[in-house]
Structures are given as structure tokens and as C-alpha cells.
Design a protein around this ligand. Structure first.
Ligand SMILES: Nc1ncnc2c1ncn2[C@@H]1O[C@H](COP(=O)(O)OP(=O)(O)OP(=O)(O)O)[C@@H](O)[C@H]1O
Ligand SMILES: [Mg+2]
Length: 278
């Protein structure tokens, strides 16, 4: 099975996080915390370590995954992929190659035709109803078309996620402002989506996806509608999130963005996945 190997994460930043946030990141998938996150440091994982390293519970693991839609359209074929906690992975590939399908399988919006998918230790395709809903709370999703609630302000759009998950008013308030600040939107908290630029709307959608500190963030073409400067800003925000321990999987068409970063890259072509850079 192919594997995305561990990359060093900014330990200093992680150590600087409140204990509660660290615990949440580590806890939510009942993760076996990789050695670099542990209080008692163990040797760093070697680059040639096999994917099946028992010390690390992968964040995402796909084994021989096939996806054919009901109309016969074959989107993915024989996909094997392991993403470990703390990884930042770019998924590239031409239009129609299967990138969105891959993410949809990971948050349980679509089910594979064949093969196995684990998110944390959960076979997401087998989850239904409340169990699937609970699982989805632990996965932040950024959609290319933002999916903001038009009649709600920026802060209401972001707070809504926490409210729906039963967070207290106090906790919502405590989380909302630092998250808006992180995406540079504290000055736009009371604006409605149609009063924002595309880049700002995309940053609201990122804030909404991460305000509950999910350990896994899936971003589908988050820079697809943005100019070069806004795209870079979005990638910087995703990197910042990754540096505090959030695992990030991001699809993009933008070869320039991929070239100027040093993150692992996989390409999907005709439904098959290849590693371009580890
Ligand atoms: N709901 C669906 N029903 C039938 N076929 C679908 C469905 N969704 C996607 N497909 C097909 O599956 C294939 C992969 O689509 P997918 O949306 O994953 O591609 P993509 O790589 O995300 O493309 P893009 O870069 O244009 O967003 C395409 O051939 C597409 O037509
Ligand atoms: Mg797509």
C-alpha cells in the first residue's frame, strides 16, 4: 500500500496550545498520538518506515477503493492511500479525475463500490444516522462553492456549527473570535456573505470548518475561485492549521501552488492515484 509519510510538525506551536485544544485534537478519533506530539519524546519516525507502523493510527486509510456511480461513471479505481495524523496532502488531477469523489468518500457523503476506508479507527462507509453525524462533526469540510447561509452574518455562519453541536454560549463566544481572527475576518464579523469578496467568503468557510477544532480538515478546491494573492492567503491559513496538528487534505488544480509548496502531492488521473511527491 502506498503511504504519505510523516512530515515534521511545528512542535513548539503545538506545545504552546492550551492543553484542552491539544487533548481535543488527540482525542477526537481516539488517535494514537504520533511520537512528536507525545509528552515523552520517542525517536522521530523514519522516512522509510512502512505505512503499517503500529505506533501510528493513520488518520485516513483507503485500501483498494473503487467508486462507480449509479450511472456507470467510474470515478475511482484501486485507490490505496494512507494519511497520518499531522500530514498535509495536496490532491491534484484534471477535471473529472475523481478528486471530489475521494473527499466525499472520506466524509461519508458517498460510499465506495468496493474496498475499505477508515477515518481514524472508523469504517466510515458502514456508519449511518447518528453515528455518521457524530463522525462528521470531527471532520471539517471546506467546499469550493462556500455553502454559506446567505441570511446570516459571518459570525452567525461560523457560530451556527457550534450551536448545532450543542456548545454553550460561553464556549461559542470563546471560540468564535480567535477563529475569525485567525482567518483575518474579525472586522467583517457583522457582514452578510453577499457583502464579502470571494476570498473573504472562502475564509468564512474555512473558519466554519475548523471552529470546532476537528482533527481532520478536507478542503475541496478552496482556491478554485480565487486570484493568486487570495489563493496564497488561503494556503497559508491551511498551513497554520496544519502546524497546530490538524491533518489537512486539499484538492487543487493550481499547479503553481503545488510547485511552490513542499508538501506531499498525489495525483488522480482517470480514477487512479499516483504519488508525485512524498
Ligand atoms: N453524483 C454523480 N453521479 C454520477 N457521476 C458522477 C457524480 N459525481 C461525479 N461523477 C463523475 O465521477 C467522475 C469524477 O468526478 P469528480 O467530481 O470526483 O472529479 P473532480 O476531479 O473533482 O473534478 P473537478 O476538478 O472538475 O472538480 C467524473 O467523471 C464525474 O462525471
Ligand atoms: Mg471536484
Amino acid at each position: 500500500m502506498t503511504s504519505v509519510l510523516h512530515r515534521p510538525t511545528d512542535d513548539a506551536k503545538l506545545a504552546g496550545l492550551p492543553q484542552e485544544v491539544r487533548a481535543r485534537l488527540q482525542d477526537r478519533f481516539k488517535l494514537v498520538v504520533p511520537s512528536r506530539f507525545a509528552a515523552d519524546p520517542a525517536p522521530a519516525p523514519r522516512l522509510d518506515e512502512p505505512a503499517s507502523n503500529p505506533a501510528v493510527q493513520p488518520m485516513v486509510s483507503l485500501t483498494n477503493v473503487e467508486k462507480t456511480y449509479d450511472n456507470g461513471s467510474k470515478a475511482l479505481a484501486g485507490v490505496n492511500l494512507t494519511v497520518n495524523p499531522g500530514d498535509f496532502l495536496f490532491v491534484t488531477g484534471p477535471s473529472g479525475s475523481g478528486k471530489s469523489t475521494l473527499l466525499k468518500l472520506l466524509y461519508g457523503y458517498e460510499r465506495p463500490t468496493d474496498g475499505h476506508i477508515l477515518v481514524g479507527d472508523q469504517p466510515i462507509a458502514d456508519l449511518r444516522g447518528d453515528r455518521l453525524a457524530m463522525m462528521r462533526r470531527r471532520i471539517g469540510v471546506v467546499f469550493q462553492d462556500y455553502k454559506l447561509i446567505p441570511k446570516r452574518t459571518v459570525s452567525e455562519n461560523v457560530a451556527f456549527v457550534l450551536w448545532a453541536q450543542g456548545f454553550t454560549r460561553k464556549e461559542i463566544h470563546r471560540r468564535l473570535w480567535p477563529t475569525l481572527k485567525m482567518v483575518g475576518l474579525q472586522g467583517k464579523a457583522h457582514c452578510f456573505p453577499d457583502e464579502l469578496s470571494g476570498g473573504e467568503q472562502q475564509r468564512v468557510s474555512i473558519a466554519r470548518a475548523v471552529v470546532s477544532t476537528p482533527p481532520l480538515l478536507l478542503a475541496d478546491e478552496p482556491t478554485g475561485n480565487l486570484d493568486a494573492e487570495n489563493s496564497l492567503q488561503v494556503i497559508k491559513i491551511l498551513r497554520k492549521l496544519n502546524s497546530i496538528g490538524i491533518t489537512v487534505i486539499v484538492t487543487t488544480h493550481d499547479e503553481h501552488l503545488v510547485r511552490i509548496s513542499n508538501h506531499p502531492v498525489v495525483q488522480i488521473k482517470n480514477g487512479c492515484l499516483h504519488h508525485l511527491r512524498r
